[in-house]
Design a protein around this ligand. Structure first.
Ligand code: GLN
Ligand code: ZN
Length: 752
């Protein structure tokens, strides 16, 4: 809120900095009060930790106009969100002003957090340009807190970056970068820091020898040049695995391992850690919202503590608590049983303190906390709210079966072509139409009881009817209802499925000032009753053209939720798949002939290690096939995926066997269709011809050109024409002319 107000020019830089300092002070005080002994600093960011690191080392691309000295806040935010020319009223979208363009943003490892991608040039130089780690260490010190500063490690930082210079590996910049890190570490030591935490999560990835050598080189240099400062090298999000030799040989005083994601590495690391090193055990889940089984965890770690000695063991969250909501205490409406199984950041810190006390003063000193945790474990294990006999029976019935459509695609396509009688290059959209303030206000008014359900539904029906009428008018071939009734593509379904709970305040940072509130998938998933059939029936009743029914797929629902940890994700995904299958079958029975099952998040669920990809893709594809294979050959299954990398998962895309897939291609100039061509992908494809991330209205000529590129790669009979993704973030003034042009482009192509 402080950020938004500053960006809107409603408060000053001094106000913002003051609010930030107050937040930091409150966080330190809270951790201290909860009994945390190692309190971090420099873990606070005005936007993003990786961006902070770019500022710290002066990795500021020339386009931001910065040359030397401390990086000003204006430059920092220009990198984060772009900066508009004041002369240009602009569109309000930070990435498309005429002024400075924001840095690229991408997902932090396999989380749903996005970081600002550092940008390096071949002639890149570095210089200390933000003393934030030192300043915040001092700030904490002045409040009476001795902290352990956290830094993103130099090798992970370089590896996460990109360069416009071809054939140039940012890792070659390491020797130029290290002096800046050394300067920071020396300054921290001078200011009284005894430990720092340096995060090198790249250690859980598949690394080549160049990267491993870079790690060896960097940490040798730190230990030589700043010998007084102890380094806790943090790994998280997975198993160190084949990088363990490298990690253990580094001259660092401590190693942190993620024992939630990779519990099995404990025994090996505990045996092999050097006698001069401290081992930090990440036993409290930093990625998920479940309460820790305190007794069970103590049982597991006590032998390690005995073996290494108390002063060589630390207990920690598996990773930064950035990925979980702040305080469960704020949730007053959660089912009390479910609430008792959860722990958000504040509760997780108490758990850490309990571990500390149990290990130093004995379990009896925390008897109450342990028994509360034990009861929660038992209650959760045996709760009828989690286990459904009906779901178990259906799941058992699935075992081993291969889920396939009745006939192969070629036969289905034949049947569908006759049934639909669509023109060549049929036009459609991906599902949503603009979620205007008008729509959001009506939803908010309904949520707080200002308007009745009847009134709200009348409103939604009117919006839907208008969207359908307009689609007919401009001549789209396959229509959508616009998704006005949906708050979010996962939440909408979660709210209607059993096994899900929703928080009021469970916000998690997605990027910068953007937060999301993921559903909590706590129990067996089933679909008590139809979810979308009513809306589909209403929408189809308004038109003779085919109305696509619109569903979110099982893998996407899974990947965008906090998922129960008492079952493998593959099993949870199957349960969701069965629920979606039920809906698909009901839609077909109601008369739907085209059903789209979106799998926007399928790719982002890919494991960090390539060796685990196949296992994931196998069950993910299987889940999609379970959802989609219950229908007749004449029913056309669509899917949609909004990303632009298919080369490495094209086999899985093929195996999904959707009749039609729509994908994001406009920005890649259709190049990614090469993957489909070389795979000889047989089914139909709608490669996006309109970049919906931009407010720009594409010209007819641009779209026909893209279609020409598509036709060079695929057969005409395979091609559909559609935008890259749903249109919910756009304005009607942008969508109307863009889709009119898209239909014109289709007509132009048909005429050739
Ligand atoms: N049907 C959804 C929509 O149009 C798909 C969104 C997505 O894939 N992200 O909004
Ligand atoms: Zn999409």
């Amino acid at each position: 809120m402080a950020l938004e107000s500053f960006w809107a020019g409603k408060s000053s830089e001094a106000d913002l900095l003051q609010t930030a300092a107050a937040l930091r002070a409150a966080n330190w005080a809270r951790q201290h009060a909860l009994g945390i002994s190692i309190i971090p600093s420099n873990d606070f960011s005005l936007y993003d930790q990786v961006l902070d690191t770019s500022a710290m080392v002066g990795a500021i691309p020339p386009s931001y106009g910065w040359t030397s000295g401390d990086v000003p806040l204006a430059t920092y935010f220009a990198m984060a969100r772009g900066a508009q020319d004041h002369a240009d009223a602009g569109c309000g979208h930070p990435h498309h002003g005429h002024g400075m363009v924001a840095q690229e943003m991408t997902k932090w490892f396999d989380t749903n957090y996005h970081y600002m991608v550092p940008e390096f040039a071949r002639d890149q130089t570095f210089a200390l340009s933000s003393r934030k780690p030192i300043e915040e260490f001092e700030e904490a010190k002045s409040l009476g807190f001795h902290t352990r500063p956290v830094l993103v490690g130099p090798v992970t930082f370089l590896k996460l970056g990109k360069s416009h210079d071809v054939k140039f590996d940012p890792l070659t910049l390491l020797d130029r970068l290290l002096p800046v890190y050394v300067e920071v570490l020396q300054a921290l030591a001078q200011h009284g820091a005894d430990w720092v935490q340096i995060d090198e999560p790249c250690l859980v990835l598949d690394l080549d020898s160049v990267t491993r050598d870079a790690l060896t080189h960097a940490y040798a240099r730190f230990s030589a040049e700043v010998p007084a400062l102890k380094i806790m090298l943090a790994t998280y999000f997975g198993e160190i695995g084949d990088n363990l030799d490298t990690a253990l040989a580094l001259p660092v005083a401590g190693l942190h391992i993620d024992l939630k994601r990779a519990p099995d590495q404990l025994s090996q690391v505990a045996v092999r850690i050097r006698p001069d090193q401290v081992l930090s055990l990440g036993v409290v889940d930093g990625r998920n919202i479940w309460r820790t089984d305190l007794s069970g965890t103590l049982d597991r770690i006590t032998p390690v503590v005995k073996q290494l000695g108390l002063n060589r063991v630390q207990i920690a969250p598996s990773c930064s608590l950035l990925h979980v909501p702040i305080d469960l205490g704020l949730e007053t409406d959660l089912d009390p049983d479910v609430k008792d199984w959860l722990a958000f950041a504040v509760q997780k810190m108490s758990e850490l303190a309990t571990f500390g006390k149990a290990l130093t003063q004995g379990r009896a000193s925390v008897a109450q906390a342990l028994s509360a945790s034990d009861s929660a474990v038992i209650a959760r294990d045996t709760s009828p709210k989690i286990h459904s006999a009906i779901v178990a029976k259906r799941m058992a019935g699935l075992a081993g079966a291969r889920h396939s459509r009745k006939s192969a695609f070629a036969e289905r396509a034949e049947i569908q072509r006759k049934a639909f009688d669509l023109p060549r290059f049929p036009t459609t959209t991906i599902g949503s139409f603009p979620q205007t303030a008008h729509v959001r206000n009506a939803r908010a008014a309904f949520a707080c009881g200002d308007i009745s359900q009847d009134k709200y539904e009348d409103f939604l029906r009117a919006e839907t009817a208008e969207a359908i009428r307009w689609q007919e008018e401009i001549g789209l071939d396959v229509l959508v209802h616009g998704e006005f009734e949906r708050n979010d593509m996962v939440q909408y379904f979660g709210e209607q499925l059993s096994g899900f709970a929703f928080t009021k305040h469970g916000w998690v940072q997605s990027y910068g000032s953007r937060y999301v509130r993921p559903p909590i998938l706590f129990g067996d998933v089933a679909r008590p009753k139809e979810m979308t059939v009513g809306w589909w029936r209403y929408s189809q009743s308004l038109t003779k053209r085919p109305m696509k029914a619109m569903l979110t797929g099982p893998v996407t629902i899974l990947n965008w939720s906090f998922v129960r940890d008492d079952l493998p994700r593959s099993i949870v995904c199957r349960q969701i798949a069965l629920a979606i299958r039920d809906e698909v079958i009901d839609l077909e029975e109601a008369g739907a002939r085209m059903i789209q099952i979106d799998e926007a998040a399928l790719r982002e669920g890919l494991p960090l290690r390539k060796s685990q990809w196949k296992i994931y893709l196998d069950w993910a594809v299987d889940a999609f096939r379970i959802s989609s294979s219950g229908v007749e050959d004449a029913t056309q299954i669509h899917t949609h995926m909004c990303y632009s990398e298919f080369n490495d998962i094209i086999d899985a895309i093929g195996a999904m066997d959707a009749d039609v897939i729509s994908i994001e291609t406009s920005r890649s100039k259709m190049e990614l269709l090469d993957a489909f061509r070389s795979y000889k992908y047989p089914n139909e494809i709608g490669p996006g011809v309109y970049d919906i991330h931009s407010p720009r209205v594409p010209e007819i000529g641009e779209m026909t050109e893209l279609l020409t590129f598509a036709r060079q790669r695929l057969a005409d009979t395979q091609l559909w024409i559609n935008p890259d993704c749903g249109l919910k973030t756009r304005k009607w003034d942008e969508v109307r002319p863009a889709l009119v042009n898209m239909v014109a482009a289709a007509r132009a192509i048909r005429a050739t």
